[in-house]
Ligand binder design. Structure first.
Ligand code: IMP
Length: 439
């Protein structure tokens, strides 16, 4: 059975949730390997719309096993709220939902520290985080004072761990700002009580996953955020705190690289970014400009924070970089219909920096800020693609556009999205995804 990763190729929000939801019927297991409630997957299923943060998008397929891996960070209250929404929609999770006992827990004071840092940072160093406590939780993990799901079982031990955190430097940072980091006994008890509600699902998911793969079950690995938000390979320091690229699934789930049989990159047909940091193709061209037109047509407001997303043309240099470090076997181009109303569409095919042409995405933020994108202009198709369900019915200009994106990015375009619904997806016949999953 194939074991395939679905990974964001830009700055997140590319439409991974929809791709995972669509492909998940071909896999026994869907597993998330990094990130936490900073992620927001919107899945439209019939007349119902679900905004998921923790729970992988594959949850809507009855019987599919769902794993939240050790590389993720968990806000128990948020997780329980999502599970409750699913329960109310009669989505049965019994016996098929598993959380790693090694996943780190977002304690209330990690959220407090995230907010404190963002509100006190000056304009140039604000990351524009989702304020969900993601950074401080991963920091605590690396500093080796974090609390893991498995630590929540024994109250006495947990209280001791929490006390060291609250009475230590992390608590001091909040106290110095006049914020109460909480009482260790109360914080520990609250976490323990929340844990009880999911205790039956907390387990050694690495062992489970490897057993399932050995038994011949296929796993769909669901990435969160996007490659350009990767803590190593993204636009550092304006990134998230986890590795988001394909390779992260090995550490984030305890699955060897040799288990992976393919990787799908998910691109949006244009570019968006939420939060601070460089975005070379951003269109800051006023209320009547193309940037606003992309935002309006694409409903570009964050699923997690509601913030308006920064919009711009497709960045081919960043796309090539993402393809290279993830080694995509094929790519999906989502939200193609957003471009239905444009006469012409620009695509960034190169970067110029201080008069020189750059071949790849630079490490230096100062360099990123000075980049001048080199654009190629392609004709639009000026027709509604949302009702199209076959590749050979797409307007010729639309096919030319996506094929050109594939050439620039260095990967085969294997699927396009023409609307938010599960049905509004077109797999290219004979392409990698179609051959691999017999779609
Ligand atoms: P954090 O992950 O909350 O620490 O936020 C760090 C940066 O990543 C900010 O610019 C966020 O806007 C961005 N970010 C985090 N998660 C997502 C996501 O799921 N989609 C898009 N941007 C995200």
């Amino acid at each position: 059975m194939p074991n395939i990763a679905v990974v964001g190729a830009q700055w997140g929000d590319e439409g991974k949730g929809k791709v995972v939801d669509l492909l998940s019927s071909h896999f026994s297991v869907v597993a998330r390997f990094q990130g936490g409630p900073n992620a927001g997957h919107t899945v439209i299923f019939g007349d119902q719309k679900f905004a998921l943060h923790h729970v992988p998008s594959g949850v809507f397929r009855a019987g599919t096993r769902i794993v939240v891996g050790n590389g993720t960070v968990i806000d128990l209250e948020q997780l329980l709220a999502e599970l409750e929404t699913l329960r109310q929609a009669n989505i049965e999770l019994g016996g098929r939902f598993f959380i790693s006992d090694r996943a780190h827990v977002i304690l209330p004071l990690w959220k407090g520290l995230d907010k404190l840092r963002e509100t006190t940072a000056d304009a140039t160093s604000k990351i524009g985080t989702t304020l969900r406590g993601i950074g401080p939780t991963y920091e605590a993990k690396a500093a080796r004072w974090g609390v893991r799901m498995g630590d929540l079982a024994e109250l006495e031990h947990l209280e001791d761990r929490v006390r060291r955190i609250i009475e230590g430097p992390a608590g001091d940072r909040l106290r110095d700002a006049g914020i109460d980091p909480g009482q260790p006994a109360a914080v520990a008890r609250e976490a323990h009580e929340l844990w009880k509600q999911v205790a039956a699902t907390v387990t050694d998911t690495a062992t489970l996953l490897n057993d399932w793969i050995d038994e011949g079950h296929g796993v769909l690995f669901e990435g969160a955020q996007g490659t350009l938000l990767d803590v190593d390979h993204g636009s550092y320091p304006f990134v998230t705190s986890s590795n988001t690229l394909t390779g992260a699934l090995c550490a984030g789930l305890g699955v060897a690289p040799t288990r992976l049989t393919g990787t799908v990159g998910v691109f949006k047909a244009y570019g968006t970014r939420v939060g601070s940091g460089p975005m070379p193709t951003e269109l800051d061209d006023g209320p009547e400009g193309n940037g606003q037109k992309l935002r309006d047509r694409g409903h570009e407001f964050g699923t997690t924070t509601g913030r308006p997303r920064r919009c711009g043309w497709f960045d081919g240099v960043a796309a090539r970089y993402a393809t290279r470090i993830n080694r995509f076997d094929g790519a999906c181009v989502m939200l193609l219909d957003v471009l239905d109303a444009f006469d012409e569409i620009d695509v960034c095919v190169g970067y110029r920096l201080d008069g020189e042409e750059l071949k790849t995405f630079p490490a230096s933020i100062a360099a990123c800020e000075r980049i001048e994108p080199i654009y190629e202009t392609l004709p639009g198709w000026k027709s509604d693609t949302t009702a199209i369900r076959r590749w050979d019915r797409l307007p010729a200009e639309a096919v030319r556009y996506v094929e050109r994106l594939g050439e620039i990015a260095g990967t085969e375009i294997t699927m396009v999205g023409v609307g938010p619904d599960r049905e509004q997806s077109i797999v290219k016949p004979g392409s990698w995804l179609s051959r691999t999953l017999d779609l």
